[in-house]
Design a protein around this ligand. Structure first.
Ligand code: ADP
Ligand code: ZN
Length: 622
């Protein structure tokens, strides 16, 4: 595969591209690698574009499609995703359409006619649809010049989201030998990359790998102590803002959503066990800002284009770094600060491994092997003590050069290393040993804390040398330390009906004082940390000071417009655009056209209304 290439520099192509992104989307510059990616489409060179979620992949094929002759076919995995993408493009005045099984045949015929009349530049279709010979004939007749394969990692077994129907895309090259093929994904491991090139039979593709760091996200990985309390803390920090809470199991989703609703939070549940109507309703409510928070399993996400998600909270460890990256990537797509919190316990690792081991979701042996490796990788990430931004970026094969990111629990100094970790580990391990390796975690904790209770006295455990060795420590603190030792392979929990803690062979090196044990514990956040966080937040946002009252008025107006048109609010304007308006306070259409995210179509549709709001909203000097 060729190294990152420099496309032939052609100022007129650049200007034309900039012209179209300003006119249609109201953006004034390229995001990193967009220019190269767009040029590849225009010059018909195959490409693989890897950018993190929110990096701006869709513009890479949409902008050149508007400039080129012929039709660009976008292959997209989900019909719901397709509809939103097409709606958003049309709202900007771009000639886009889709062809899929959810449409009536009348609607399909209408699209066919438009297509043959040359009035459609971007056509969205599912991979299955591309395998239908009559549809391919139609594309040939309409002059399909390039194919954009979105979420291209779905083609690979090694990816985390393999979809068998994507495999059939391998036939595209044969059917459309003169068209160029472009693959887009946020999954960057080498194996997946190679697989994409091979499966799609790409010819000398231009490889573009974006910067994986999402500087506007603050990552926190906290030991899970009191889940409910920790969840509420995050929600309270983000009152009135939008967020997604991920749980592993459906029943956890239902329970948490119900509990939160009872406490008065505006939430919806979402998981694959609900009917498709229920799921659709939840998704719509979230997209249309009729609720703030969705509690969901991994099933929720693809097709969520709400750009103002301010937090993503994982109540347990997801099963791969790829999942984590993708799910946290749904926060802060507007480039403004957002927070990603993961409540971690080494118990999650045990749970995932046993789920995979039991073959509950196994497809085949290769899948299990690859899935196990993914679990080990994310466990290492969560229990690691390196900067979260750095660890993620390095996992995706990129170098990291700065000292501190200033935006993760590690760099913000929210956790610290236990100074005498070896001694602490020895206390815990010897207690497990003295208890004959036949008691569960709760009892081990009680003994270490020196609790004066029947269950201990009756067994004479108050006479053990390890009794009360950790007096003064809370249950949660000890539990967390024990799970860290499980995670590091010094202890294990049996899978019996009453699970007990046992030493592993590696425990011996700790007891002999020969192992290098590292443990972390949270420290209370100090004021200093908060200040640093705020400073960083300010630098991550490009909009500086804006008029919050005006922003609120604009948001209400947007909501009403969206309801009236039956579209999600972000299709009208993004939060970022509204904040920009609230900062600049444009009083003429010319001034408004300069604002981020306002192209010709939006200016015509909403310009007058927005200017009126700005003028009518002269608040006393702030
Ligand atoms: P991805 O598909 O890579 O996750 P999107 O294509 O959805 O990302 O883009 C994320 C957001 O960034 C969208 O709101 C998009 O309109 C915006 N965006 C894309 N390119 C630019 C640009 N050049 N300037 C400003 N905003 C952009
Ligand atoms: Zn960091």
């Amino acid at each position: 595969m060729p190294a990152l290439g420099t496309p032939d520099y052609n100022p007129s192509v650049r200007d034309r591209l900039l012209g179209v992104i300003s006119k249609t989307w109201g953006y004034s510059s390229f995001r990193p690698l967009q220019e190269e990616a767009m040029t590849a489409v225009l010059t018909g060179r195959d490409s693989v574009v890897i950018m993190p979620t929110g990096g701006g992949k869709s513009l890479c094929y949409a902008a050149p499609a508007l400039l080129a002759d012929g039709v660009t076919v976008v292959v997209s995995p989900l019909i719901s995703l397709m509809k939103d993408q097409v709606d958003a493009l049309r709202a900007n005045g771009a000639p886009a359409a889709m062809m899929n099984s959810s449409q009536s045949s009348t609607a399909q015929h209408a699209v066919e006619r438009e297509l043959l009349a040359g009035r459609i530049k971007l056509l969205f279709a599912s991979p299955e649809r591309l395998m239908v010979p009559s549809f391919r004939a139609l594309l040939q007749q309409a002059g399909a010049r390039s194919f954009a394969v979105d979420e291209a990692h779905c083609i690979s077994h090694w990816g985390h989201d393999f979809r068998p129907e994507y495999r059939q895309l391998g036939a595209l090259r044969e059917h459309f030998p003169t068209a160029s093929i472009h693959a887009y994904t946020a999954t960057a491991t080498r194996q997946v990359r190679r697989d994409i090139v091979e499966q799609l039979a790409l010819r000398d593709p231009l490889l573009l790998v974006g910067d994986f760091d999402r500087a506007n996200l603050v990552y926190r990985i906290l030991p899970r102590r009191d889940e409910w309390k920790q969840v509420v803390e995050v929600l309270e920090r983000h009152r009135g803002e939008s967020g997604i809470i991920y749980c592993i199991r459906r029943k956890d989703v239902d329970a948490l959503a119900a509990q939160l609703a009872k406490r008065g939070y505006s939430v919806r549940a979402y998981h694959a066990g609900m009917t498709s109507e229920e799921r659709h309703a939840a998704q719509e409510d979230f997209a249309k800002e009729r609720c703030d928070v969705v509690v969901a399993t991994v099933a929720f996400g693809m097709g969520i284009d709400r750009s103002n998600v301010r937090f993503v909270l994982h109540t347990a460890m997801p099963k791969s770094i790829e999942h984590y990256q993708q799910e946290t990537g749904r926060a802060g797509r507007d480039g403004l600060e957002a927070e990603c919190v993961l409540l971690y316990s080494a118990a999650d690792v045990v749970a995932w491994k046993s789920m995979l081991g039991r073959g509950e979701e196994a497809v085949d042996a290769t899948y299990v092997e690859s899935a196990m490796r993914h679990v080990v990788d994310i466990d290492r990430y969560c229990s690691g003590t390196a900067c979260r931004h750095r660890a993620l970026v390095e996992y995706f094969g990129q170098p990291w050069t700065s000292e501190s990111c200033g935006a993760c629990d590690v760099c913000l100094g929210e956790t610290e290393e236990v100074t005498d970790a070896l001694t602490v580990a020895q206390k815990i391990l010897s207690c497990v040993y003295r208890l004959g390796q036949s008691f569960g975690i709760g009892h081990v904790i009680s003994v270490l804390r020196g609790e004066d209770i029947d269950r201990i006295r009756d067994r004479g455990h108050d006479r053990l040398s390890t009794y009360a060795l950790m007096k003064g420590a809370s249950k949660n603190e000890i539990r967390d330390l024990i799970w860290q030792l499980v995670g590091q392979g010094y202890l294990e929990q049996t899978e019996s009906e009453y699970p007990v803690l046992r030493l592993t062979p590696a425990a011996r090196s700790v007891l002999r004082g020969e192992a290098e044990v590292r443990l972390r514990q949270p420290i209370a956040p100090t004021k200093k940390v908060d200040d640093r966080r705020k400073r960083r937040a300010a630098s991550a946002t490009l909009d500086g000071n804006y008029d919050a009252a005006l922003f609120d008025v604009l948001r209400k107006w947007r909501r009403a417009e969206a309801d009236e048109r039956g579209v999600p609010p972000y299709i009208i304007f993004s939060d970022r655009t509204l904040r920009d308006i609230a900062r600049v306070r444009p009083e003429t259409l010319t001034q408004l056209r300069e604002v981020y995210g306002i192209g010709d179509a939006k200016l015509e549709a909403f310009g007058a209304a927005v200017v009126e709001i700005v003028k009518g909203n002269e608040l006393p000097s702030l």
